[in-house]
Design a binder for this molecule. Structure first.
Ligand code: PLP
Length: 451
């Protein structure tokens, strides 16, 4: 954050944009994976914004569903009413009780979902007669949202720094499961997982196992590290530790969930299920702002048996128009078998990235699952040494890519003080093979131009 300037520059817009110095170009339309700028230039939305637009833009079924619902009912406060889109969306998501998740709580976005997940875990502790459970364990190199509770849970040091005095001390952090940087030379995957599990166990012991309400993690780390799945067996080990100590497991699938990694939920590839799950982005695909918390039967039953009410609420809970949009998004994904395309196009994307960057001096890692892939840029490939953060390489790549009609999602993460640059790709699930090839072609040109 910069210090105050003596003379303020003229305001370029009445909207407080991400940058107060520049106004981004106006988006005026979209179709499929393309966004249209004022003036007519078309840009490939290669990361769906921030892994949001899972069906691309202006999908006719979603537009029609929104129009239908808007003509009928947009909003009715949940203090008085429920509504059909919310009931139907909950049925769609948890009607079959996947992994024991039995009820859904609809909010307006990812940070709200994470806040609700944290508070649910705390309330579960109280309802089950364990008021000492006030502590949460999270991981460094994670992002859980920008509101104060979610930011406290996150491990993105740069985003947290200005607000450190406001953040909650209830959260402590252990190492991420990040083999590229964390696995020691000569250490096999099982040994790495065992070391991470030992560290988590030690943190439970340090805090007192009876004081921990929950462990929270992203199954595939998104924004902070760039599409990092955990090594095989990691989440089974985590689940066992949580169970042993009576703590809940919260999975934050705000970015990695709702089909992004090739299964509807990322945890379905880990052989475990969470007690509480946060979802957002791909839930509504950007057609409406919506997030949700999916809650295990035993957690909602404890509340029903206890105080009988989740002590948390927002004005826009179960917003009818937002739920109608999300319901149609989820129906399209299911009815059109789009997860198969996520898997097939995800494999093609990985293959094309490997062809283009596999021998690149400055691309150290190409990783991810489904249509959730990233390249990590390094100064020195053999030593996995990152570029000087002052170069803000990821920002330069973003700029070069945008100039070539490609919107991608770059980031710089910090792992125990080491910052790395990555570029994240998360195209819509409807992406075609030739569009995958074009994305990689344009990204290749942008990386070469930025270096
Ligand atoms: N959790 C994860 C894993 C995310 O990636 C994000 C956003 O990028 C959030 C939470 C916060 O979601 P939102 O920006 O909708 O508040």
């Amino acid at each position: 954050m910069t210090a105050a300037v003596t003379e303020a520059p003229p305001r370029p817009s009445r909207v407080l944009h991400r940058s107060s110095r520049a106004v981004p170009p106006r988006a005026i339309g979209g179709h499929g994976i393309w966004l249209v700028e004022e003036g007519g230039r078309e840009v490939i939305d290669a990361s769906g914004g921030a892994a949001v637009s899972c069906l691309g833009h202006q999908h006719p079924r979603i537009v029609a569903a929104i129009q239908r619902q808007a003509g009928q009912l947009c909003y009715a406060h949940t203090g008085f009413f429920t509504n059909a889109p919310a009931e139907d969306l909950a049925e769609e998501l948890v009607g079959a009780e996947p992994g024991g998740l039995a009820q859904a709580y609809f909010v307006a976005g990812g940070s709200e979902a994470v806040e609700a997940a944290i508070k649910l875990a705390r309330q579960y502790a109280i309802e089950t007669g364990q008021p000492a459970r006030t502590r949460f364990i999270a991981r460094r190199q994670s992002y859980h949202g920008n509101t104060l509770g979610a930011l406290s849970a996150g491990g993105n040091a740069a985003r947290k720094a200005p607000y450190a005095p406001l953040l909650s001390p209830a959260f402590s952090h252990v190492s991420p499961a990040f083999a590229y940087h964390g696995q020691h030379p000569g250490e096999d995957e099982a040994a790495y997982v065992a070391r991470l599990a030992d560290e988590l166990e030690a943190e439970f012991q340090r805090l007192g196992p009876g004081n921990v309400a929950a462990f929270i993690a992203e199954p595939v780390v998104g924004a902070t590290a760039g599409c990092v799945p955990a090594p095989a067996g990691y989440f089974r080990a985590v689940r066992a530790i949580c169970d042993r100590h009576g703590a809940l497991l919260i999975l934050d699938e705000v970015m990695s969930g709702m089909g992004r990694t090739g299964t509807l939920h990322a945890w379905q590839q880990e052989g475990i299920a969470p007690d509480i799950q946060a979802i957002a982005k791909g839930l509504g695909g950007g057609y409406q702002p919506i997030g949700a918390v999916l809650v295990a039967g035993r957690v909602v039953e404890a509340i029903a048996r206890g105080s009988g009410a989740f002590q948390h609420g927002h004005t826009y809970l179960s917003h009818a128009l937002a739920c109608a949009a999300a319901l149609e998004v989820q129906r399209v994904i299911r009815e059109e078998g789009l997860l198969e395309n996520v898997v097939a196009m995800g494999e093609r994307l990985q293959r094309r990235l490997a062809e283009r960057f596999g021998n690149h001096h400055h691309v150290g890692d190409i990783r991810g699952r489904g249509l959730f892939r990233a390249i990590e840029l390094v100064e020195d490939r053999a030593g996995r040494r990152p570029f000087d953060p002052a170069l803000t390489l990821h920002a330069r790549i973003k700029q070069e890519a945008f100039a070539r009609g490609l919107a991608c999602y770059p980031g710089g993460g910090t792992l125990d003080g080491v910052r790395g640059d990555h570029v994240l790709l998360a195209p819509p699930y409807i992406v075609a093979p030739e569009e995958i090839d074009l994305i990689v072609e344009r990204l290749g040109e942008a990386v070469d131009a930025a270096l």
